[in-house]
Write a protein that binds this ligand. Sequence first.
Ligand code: SF4
Length: 694
Amino acid sequence: VLEKGMPERSAVTTCAYCGVGCSFKAEVKDDEVIRMMPYKDGKANHGHSCVKGRFAYGYATHKDRILSPMIREKISDPWREVSWEEAIAHTAKEFRRIQYQYGRTSIGGITSSRCTNEETYLVQKLVRQGFRNNNVDTCARVCHSPTGYGLGQTYGTSAGTQDFDSVEFTDVAVVIGANPVSAHPVFASRLKKRLRQGAKLIVLDPRRTEMVKSAHVEADYHLPLKPGTNVAVLTSLAHVIVTEGLFDEAFIRERCDWTEFQDWASFVALPENSPEIVGKLSGVDPELIRGAARLYAKGGNGAIYYGLGVTEHSQGSTTVMAIANLAMATGNIGRPGVGVNPLRGQNNVQGSCDMGSFPHELPGYRHISGEAVRDIYESLWGVKLDDEPGLRIPNMLDAAVDGSFKGIYIQGEDILQSDPDTKHVAGGLAAMECVVVHDLFLNETANYAHVFLPGSTFLEKDGTFTNAERRINMVRKVLEPKARYADWQATQELARAIGLDWNYMHPSQIMDEIAQTTPSFANVSFELLDRVGSVQWPCNEKAPLGTPIMHIDGFVRGKGKFIRTEYVATDERTGPRFPLLLTTGRILSQYNVGAQTRRTDNVMWHAEDRLEIHPHDAENRGLRDGDWVRLTSRSGETTLRALITDRVSPGVVYTTFHHPDTQANVITTDFSDWATNCPEYKVTAVQVGASNGP
Ligand code: SF4
């Protein structure tokens, strides 16, 4: 306080990093944020915070921000600064030309999980009402789309079942493919507090993360499974629960379809799902599988928390369904302390999905083929909507390479760095005639852009983010947009330029339209959020102040659905050329591809990504700690420095991906989840060898 002085003004807003959604008081002086103070009445964080939300805000005023729109004819040309009017008119003209020349479905858009609900709603509306197609997708495609599919199929709604407060009633926590200590720190603190009070912990993870053992935590069971074997191990847990009669028959008979349960039970009871057989293929001691299954089924309230180690696999959706099966079989649904809880990575990935950013779904997860749903939007927007799903991001890129997709509007997303198979992404972007990047910085994708529209940070706009517990939190403006427009205003300008009659004066009016058309948001308004702080959807006539815990009296789909989850090995195989398996994750001080955190003081805590390798594997290759190594896969190669540690098992290597030089996605494969195309980032066969450096 002494150093930076007293604030001139402040506002309570929401962290723009992870899906915990912590509330902060942003304090401003001389038109700069001088402090982010954790807000004690924030319902997701209760006054706590981590080093990202607390300290990593300097990117908002970083010199790298682009504050003027720019255009260029060809991507080899230099950028030319232009007025907003010229940039918007040029973009609208280009999009119209492309559609006239190549057809209505030759353009599309990508929404951002970093932007507000109101902004993502407008981008999907621009695509559907303005472009007249369903070619809209979101970065959830590469992270939690299997959550949407898996929980939608089994429970009827594409979201976590609990609020964070629920952890206070948990007796057994199961953490699968997630390291909340690094990626969801404020939630991790609450979980650790509960563990100190005596709750038990089961961790399924190839790596010995801080959840397995650290200063304040020691897991009761760590199942160090081989990357790619999640479904086998989860089905084996179910095998123990069924064959030892540990399931909750009363719950299943009342809440699920008993015949479907019997079918599922006979499947999981097959010998191939036994701990002995699964132990061999997953590398997990069968007794650990047995012990963990018994503890989860009979240890009291069991809650499952999972992350991208579940979803980013070729069987990502199957894994989510296997988790949902376990919770139903043991009756761990519909009360405090239990449930299935996806730990969402980005601040508003839940919201971007809720807002209809998928090519097959309108806001509120309603399929585009539903006539009654289309009617609502057709009468409000005055257009006829396509009843066929549009293109997903990978399909847009395929179509671009094939020559039928020519233009894209990308808001707040760096697909070149964050999507799989970098060469393919670059090829798709290079084949388009109008790539519009709307972002804070000239990111990697912008190398292929023809138009750059300057974005706004969360400090420069009003709106809402929805966190991992479905909580709709207010985002409040404390700075004027540094590049004239908040993102929602820029999208509105583009919509007007292509002929749409949009007249939103404030994001609250966009939320009013969302509430008018989306049953799960029917009672949500800025007035309500200002009054009560935040609410969790569904928030409607039946639940006017929201719904902390879902599926209390029945599943949203009616009866909970058990689905067989057959293990299918990934096509990515190790062999003599590529004998090791690479998996990836994050560290506490950095965030995703680092576009923001690398432009803050947090960079002092993590200046580079390193490759974790087990001492045996390092010794076999003559590597010492800190040596440069070449990491090679069937897709490509990169160079980084070794970190020798027994956190990883022999045969497994691990890296973070916060720095662009790491080029993790040059290495990863193009395999993806069978249901959603979510890329298989967590399993890549690699070789590691000595290198002289980059
Ligand atoms: Fe909270 Fe996540 Fe922000 Fe950290 S990064 S302050 S845990 S919302």
